[in-house]
Ligand binder design. Structure first.
Ligand code: AHR
Length: 659
């Protein structure tokens, strides 16, 4: 029995059971041999939706920096004599601007950039402004760059400024550092010709904070990457999602366009700018500044297996009902080559065609890619007939690469029932399942994977989130039900190889889809209740499943189980046993956690109890990030062999028994 010290501590906290209350006896077998937990088990899904990339994770502050949006001056406000020209130095981004003398001593030529929901900048930080420029007629021209606060009541709008000279007819890159005197969230960048004016050409105007993640020049936002790193994710899926497919062939995601010098990566439309008419963002494009090289690097930084998803020759099937919108079976070779070349880009030697590109970008060592997904939410024979030649080609050249196929957009039903057997027939290694479902679905899915065919393929729960009925925000109850459902993922770690909540990021002023795991504005970011659920699983994922039963049955929210869901794992080499329990009911439940088959001297000396609890509708906000947050308590005792504890109503708890 648990020793007196621990009993006293728990009683003092009101955690212990009271005489007469029904006891839920959870029997854990710490010495039984269970399935190993895959290192990839809990991971991340990234898509450029909700301004997750441009305007989010990608730290660039200038929108339409190369003037290559379909409306070339979108995001810019030009004044004086500004002309857009299209014979610039970067073939894939041909546009640039010519600034000519305003023609009067009191007039000016230049342009402002509005940034993403404003150009934000902070006092005490440095910003690297860079631009490609030339003087078309030769000689020298002077350019001034300012960070401005257009709404200031102070004397001057400029919060810092630098002037620099541009010389000669050849395009060159110029860089200056800006150190603002004030913090401004909705600022602007202003660039203009200094008098006496000489015509100048400007291309690829860029502004990055110098304190990006790992200080990289084409860098990512520190606070956002840190939040990902803090999740210790096992896998990182990119670049989506629907943007893999595109609304049409021209707008599908093509990874080859996203590598090499950033100045020459072409702009692509972002389908999320028009997907929802009620949340319409006509300025939402993909600069590809955050491209496949950066995604691989990020996966490496945060210790996650990279999992790229590539186009299977189908554009979005929701948006296209005519076969001619897709690539036909005899047009698939370039798509198949994209997959094979990507594997070479990630893993190939530096003297291979694509390995060389990787090496030239700064990473001669391979990225050690192990998985590739082919197709996003595809369905029907139009998918499987296309997938087949991809699988053959990858197997022939890269037999060790694991292939992820799709089970379509639905968690069950006609397409799902067609695709799973097809994935078996095609011998996909994993099947990507998606489920954005209401509370009732999550409550009923505790046993979802218990009876899946163990012969495979394995499951990749590649996009999921509880969408509260009538409230699509990150309220606590949705996160609690995700936690409950995840006990079933964990218990079935022999068949579930990875799971990624979706979507990952959302800008508070630019979202199209919610709930999302992490919200941010231009300065701040905030973990949601769902973030904490993911983190509690990931930091406590253990190395091996151990059986946990109540009355001889898995605890999965079934009848007579009092709204409880539970799972248990062992963590080696520490030997800790971690029990996760979600109480989805409206009343506290008394738990008795018993260890079966404990050997003499195999007792635990402390328990760390982490609980996540809040009101059903509670959610964190950027201003108040403490509303939903895990609470940790520690109890020590000489020798723990079991534990009686009360889990409050609507609570997710992680009990870590330490040796
Ligand atoms: O996560 C948002 C979208 O949901 C994804 O792009 C798509 O795969 C799914 O429909």
């Amino acid at each position: 029995m648990m020793r007196k010290q621990l009993l006293t501590a728990l009683l003092a906290l009101g955690c212990m059971t009271y005489a007469g209350a029904e006891i839920n006896r959870l029997v854990v077998e710490p010495n039984a041999k269970g399935a190993p937990i895959p290192s990839t088990m809990y991971g991340l899904f990234f898509e450029d939706i909700n301004y997750a990339a441009d305007g989010g994770l990608y730290a660039e502050k200038i929108k339409n920096r190369s003037f290559d949006f379909p409306t070339p001056l979108q995001g810019w406000n030009a004044f004086g004599k500004v002309e857009v020209r299209n014979d610039g130095p970067f073939a894939n981004n041909p546009n640039y601007v010519r600034l000519s003398p305003a023609g009067h001593t009191d007039k000016w030529t230049g342009l402002d950039n509005e940034g993403f929901f404003g150009v934000s900048f902070e006092k005490g930080k440095d910003y690297r402004f860079s631009v490609w420029a030339r003087v078309p007629d030769g000689g020298t021209s002077k350019v001034r760059v300012e960070l401005e606060d257009p709404a200031t009541m102070g004397e001057g709008q400029d919060k810092c400024a630098k002037e620099f000279e541009v010389t000669g007819k050849d395009w060159k890159k110029y860089t200056v550092t800006l150190s603002p005197s004030e913090t401004v969230s909705k600022g602007k960048l202003r660039v203009f010709l200094v008098k006496p004016e000489t015509t100048v050409d400007l291309e690829h105007l860029s502004l990055f904070p110098t304190d990006t993640w790992k200080g990289r020049e084409n860098g990512l936002r520190n606070d956002l990457v840190q939040k990902l790193a803090d999740l210790k994710p096992g896998v990182f899926r990119f670049p989506g999602g629907c943007i893999v497919e595109g609304t049409d062939m021209d707008t599908r995601y093509e990874w080859k366009k996203t590598v090499g010098p950033v100045e020459n990566r072409p702009v692509n439309e972002n389908r999320w700018h028009y997907t929802f008419r009620h949340r319409f963002f006509p300025d939402y494009f993909q600069s590809y500044g955050l491209g496949f090289y950066e995604y691989f690097l990020l996966s490496e930084d945060i210790g996650a297996e990279p999992l790229p998803i590539l186009n299977v020759g189908l554009v979005c099937q929701y948006q296209n009902h005519d076969e001619s919108a897709h690539a036909s079976l005899n047009e698939l070779q370039p798509f198949i080559d994209d997959v094979l070349d990507l594997i070479e880009f990630a893993n190939g030697p530096v003297d291979s065609e694509w390995g060389k590109v990787r090496a030239e970008m700064g990473h001669p060592e391979p990225f050690n890619l192990k998985y590739v997904g082919i197709g996003n939410e595809q369905w029907g024979p139009e998918y499987t007939t296309r997938l087949e030649p991809f699988i053959k080609a990858v197997r022939a050249k890269y037999p060790d690469i694991k292939i992820v196929g799709s089970s379509g957009p639905d968690s069950e039903g006609k397409q799902f029932d067609y695709l799973w057997p097809e994935m078996k027939r095609l011998k996909a290694d994993l099947v990507d399942e998606h489920f954005y479902r209401p509370e009732s679905w999550f409550l009923a899915q505790g046993n979802r994977y218990d009876n899946y065919d163990r012969k495979g393929p394995k499951v990749f729960a590649g996009e999921y989130a509880c969408h509260g009925k009538g409230k699509k925000y990150n309220h606590f109850n949705a996160a609690l039900l995700e936690a409950a459902f995840m006990t079933g993922l964990e218990r079935n770690a022999d068949i579930v190889e990875m799971a990624t909540y979706a979507p990952l990021f959302a800008h508070v002023e630019g979202w199209q889809w919610r709930p999302d795991m992490i919200w941010f504005d231009n300065f701040r970011s905030m973990p949601t209740a769902s973030y904490y659920v993911q983190q509690l699983y990931s930091l406590n994922k253990g190395t091996q499943v151990v059986p946990l039963k109540m009355d001889g049955k898995a605890v999965a929210g079934n009848e007579g189980q009092n709204g409880l869901f539970a799972s248990a794992v062992k963590e080696d080499p520490s030997g800790d046993i971690i029990v996760k329990v979600a109480n989805t009911g409206d009343t506290a439940q008394e738990l008795q956690i018993d260890f079966k088959g404990l050997k003499k001297k195999q007792h635990y000396s402390s328990v760390e109890i982490t609980t996540l609890h809040a009101d059903n509708d509670a959610e964190n906000t950027l201003d108040n990030q403490e509303i939903v947050k895990p609470k940790v308590e520690n109890y020590n005792a000489d020798s723990i062999t079991d534990m009686n504890v009360s889990i409050p109503a609507k609570t997710f708890a992680v009990y870590r028994f330490k040796k």
